[in-house]
Design a protein around this ligand. Structure first.
Ligand SMILES: C[S@@+](CC[C@H](N)C(=O)[O-])C[C@H]1O[C@@H](n2cnc3c(N)ncnc32)[C@H](O)[C@@H]1O
Length: 251
């Protein structure tokens, strides 16, 4: 496996396209389990909420962008008996996704495709639902990427996205700040060694940085501008996550 990103490999803006490839090459192994520990079990819960917001009929074809190790893709396939195309740019994450899908007996229902969210290799309006998790901080132009995601969605089909957020009020924000600045890097080091220490440090900068540039109102506006209607947000765990849902409007 490749080594993780060192400080020098991460851009000053703590996000954007340059940050992703090395970072995820280093943490693909044990990603879901360690992510769950670092978030005190919240991360799997947020994904379950997300899956619940993208309902489809059995046999429908859905897409999960930035699928990583395939956690959301598996959740969709298991919950709705649908077919899922899981897309990610990282060969290492997709290799782990392949293993996880086989363990869960879902390999037949989930197809994995290596591609960039900026240029999805699918025709317009192909999919019956779209899910996307923790992608936007790793792209240079979130508005353009959201437009590309909506392009492949059938009019009327559900869309659900999950990102980290920043709790809006005093005490929760203080606890959250202590956890992201100190707890996450320290826990990361304890459960996953240096690659996870770096991932924890990266997120401690990236989450507030992204939130400053794209606060909730702006995120909602971008989702609507991309062509979604009925756009709404829920903010579980005191706002540590933001889950935005909607459906593609008429074309
Ligand atoms: C934090 S992980 C999230 C993985 C998964 N969605 C989950 O629920 O845990 C972010 C994923 O986005 C992928 N990624 C980052 N930038 C991307 C891009 N431009 N196109 C496709 N995948 C991208 C990374 O390779 C990584 O697997």
């Amino acid at each position: 496996m490749s080594v993780s990103a060192g400080e020098e490999a991460l851009p000053g803006r703590s996000g954007g396209k340059a940050a992703a490839p090395e970072l995820f090459a280093g943490i693909a192994d044990g990603y879901e389990r360690r992510g769950a520990i670092l978030s005190f079990g919240q991360d799997p819960r947020w994904r379950r909420i997300l899956v619940g917001l993208a309902p489809v009929q059995p046999g429908a074809e859905t897409i999960d962008v930035a699928t990583g190790t395939g956690a959301v893709a598996s959740g969709m396939a298991a919950r709705y008996s649908c077919r899922v195309v899981g897309v990610d740019q990282s060969a290492q994450m997709l290799a782990h996704a392949r293993g996880r899908l086989a363990e869960r007996g879902l390999s037949e229902r989930v197809e994995l495709v290596r591609a960039e969210a900026e240029r999805l290799p699918f025709e317009d309006a192909r999919f019956d639902a779209l899910t996307v998790t923790y992608l936007l901080r790793y792209v240079d132009d979130p508005a353009a990427v959201l437009g590309e995601l909506v392009r492949v969605l059938r009019p009327g089909a559900p869309f659900a996205s999950l990102e980290f957020g920043v709790p809006p009020w005093g005490l929760a924000r203080g606890v959250w700040r202590a956890h992201t600045n100190l707890g996450m890097p320290a826990l990361g080091l304890a459960v996953g060694g240096r690659p996870w220490l770096e991932a924890g440090r990266f997120l401690a900068r990236s989450i507030p940085d992204f939130w400053d540039r794209y606060p909730l109102g702006e995120l909602l506006r971008l989702h609507s501008a991309a062509g979604l209607v009925d756009v709404r947000a829920i903010r579980p765990t005191f706002g540590a996550a933001v889950i935005i849902s909607g459906r593609r409007g008429a074309v």
